[in-house]
Every structure is written in C-alpha cells, then in structure tokens.
Design a protein around this ligand. Sequence first.
Ligand code: PMP
Length: 352
Amino acid sequence: MGKWEENVRRCVPYVAGEQPDRKNMIKLNTNECPYPPAPGVERARREMDTDSFRLYPNPDVKPLVEALAEYYHVKPSQVFVGVGSDDVISMAFMTFFNGTKPILFPDVTYSFYDVWADVYRIPYRTVPLDENWRIRPEDYRQENGGIIFPNPNAPTGVYEPLDKVEEIIRSNPDVVVMVDEAYIDFGGESALPLLEKYENLLVVQTFSKSRAMAGMRIGYCIGNEKLIGYLNDVRFSVNSYTMNRPAQILGVEAVKDDAYFKATTAKIIATRERVKGELKKLGFTFPDSKANFIFASHAAKPAKEIFQALRNADIFVRYWDKPRINNSLRITVGTDEEMDKLIEFLKNYLAE
Ligand code: PMP
C-alpha cells in the first residue's frame, strides 16, 4: 500500500438500482414515472437556445426557485434546489448534521442515509420500524443530533399520517428534522403546512418520480429562511453552479403544468390500487403503499427467485439481500400495460 492511501477518505458507496438498456424491457426497479414529462417540457427543449450554454447558469437557480415558491405558497428564500433530492439531502446532512450526537433514521429505509452519514463522518443510530413496518414516534424521543425519514417510507411504501410526523418534529426542537417526501405526491399529505409551526423542519421533494424528470436531476427542499440560508452557504462553498441551464429551464415548465402533474399522479395511483388487488389474488402480501411502488412478498416463493425469474424475462424490479427485507421485492408502478405483463408473467411463473 502506498503511503498516500493513509490519507484517502474511504467509504462504501451507495449502489443505485441498475439501469439496463434492453429492447422491450419492463423497467420497474427505480421508481421512475412511466409517463413522459409535461408537454411544455418537450416544447421548451425544442426551443432551447444552445448558444446560452456558453455561459454559466444562474447560480441562484432563480426561475426554478421562484416557480416552486409560487406553487407551494412560500417565499423564494425558503426554497433550495439541487441536483436531485440526493444532492439536496447530501448537502443538508453536511449542513445540519454537524454535531457529535448520533442522527436517527429507521432501520429499514432509503439506503443512502447511512452512506452519507459515513462519508461525512456523522454518527448515526437506526431505529427499528415495528413489525408492520411502521414508525413509532416515541422511539424518536432519545437524545440525537438530527432526524431523517422518508414519508412514505422506502422501500416499504408505508405512509405515516401527519400527526405522527408532527409528534416527531415537536419532540425534537433542538435538532433539524428532515422529512424526505420523494413519494408524497402519490396519495400522502405533505408536512409542508407544518413549516408554519416548526423552524426545525426541512421538507425534501423531487422531480424524479411524480414529475417524470429523473433524468434531469432536480430535487428541492423547503424550510424556514434561516435553514435555507445555512444550506446555501454550504452549497456555495462547494460548487456555485450546481444546476445546469437545461434543468433550470425545463424544471420550470414541469411546475407550470399542474393539470398534467395531477392527471399523471392520479393515473399511477389508480394503477397501483388495481395492481394491489391482482398481487393479492396471486398470494402476495405487502404493507399498504401510498408510493409509486409496492413492497411485496410471496408465501410460497422466495423473493430472490422471483426476482431472478423476472430478470430473465427482462422485467426488472428491485431486490435487496439484506436483513429484514430479503424476502421482498420492490415493484415500481408502471403503465397499465406494463403491469398487466408483469401480472401475466407472475401468474404463469407461480403456477409452474
Ligand atoms: N429519497 C428517497 C426515499 C428515494 O427513494 C430517492 C430515490 N432513489 C431519493 C430520495 C433520491 O431521488 P432523486 O435524487 O432522484 O431526487
């Protein structure tokens, strides 16, 4: 080993879901939206002035921040935009989880949280979900340096009602509580109204799921001005121009078309509810999901085997060989047609 390696920041990186590129594949493994972005996005893309690419983009991401502020009825100074919510959460970890006490998050949750904690050397403690994959707010009454949890949770899809979310925020006034709402638009109630009552709350959302823009990498968070100010100080200490020009322009178009957004999410919700019934008929069990995915296990067949069989048929779902979740598949809700093909495959496979 060279001496220089002693000074390397070592980490175990997050492993993102695979991005296969197979003809006619059914991709239900990374919770993308199966429908295209709002029509205005395509229009703006065609009209984009590529000569402007010579110039740096707006460092404050002003048009997009203003569009989001208007949409959510908050001040622009309460909105922070980043390169996907991964970037937003990573920056927020660096900014707000800077104490010596362990931060808390559920034991079964988005598997990037412990990776960020490790890379930034933030101590953490995981809090077990109960046997029904639910968060117990009272478990978050222990000493801590900050809290993060998704609502709905991933990969379970379980949504916690706002009174439970509020209980966690209320009982932790001395730390920042981040609610990761990547999947909130599929039937949950956002914690955003709680911002009026709690200055320690940060609500994180993304364009990757409900706004069909995973490829553009746009995420944002909303909090009180002071929190957002601190977050911007850290961001501008790392990189002044995080959001590229196309993302800034196209993101605004996605926010403008609320009718399309609502129609798309309603379609996904309807498909999800129908698929829940179909999966039940096939002997799958799952916690009730309010996200754009279903976290299903089968009584007779191990999840790992079903995952492989699906994969061989070019149907991609997500599987983790990890304690507590190694007999479940996370299945993204695709189009009705895609889900019919999935169900048809499972019907035949399970009858074998
Ligand atoms: N939070 C949760 C709970 C997620 O599942 C994801 C998607 N992997 C993200 C945040 C990050 O999504 P993005 O960076 O695409 O906004």
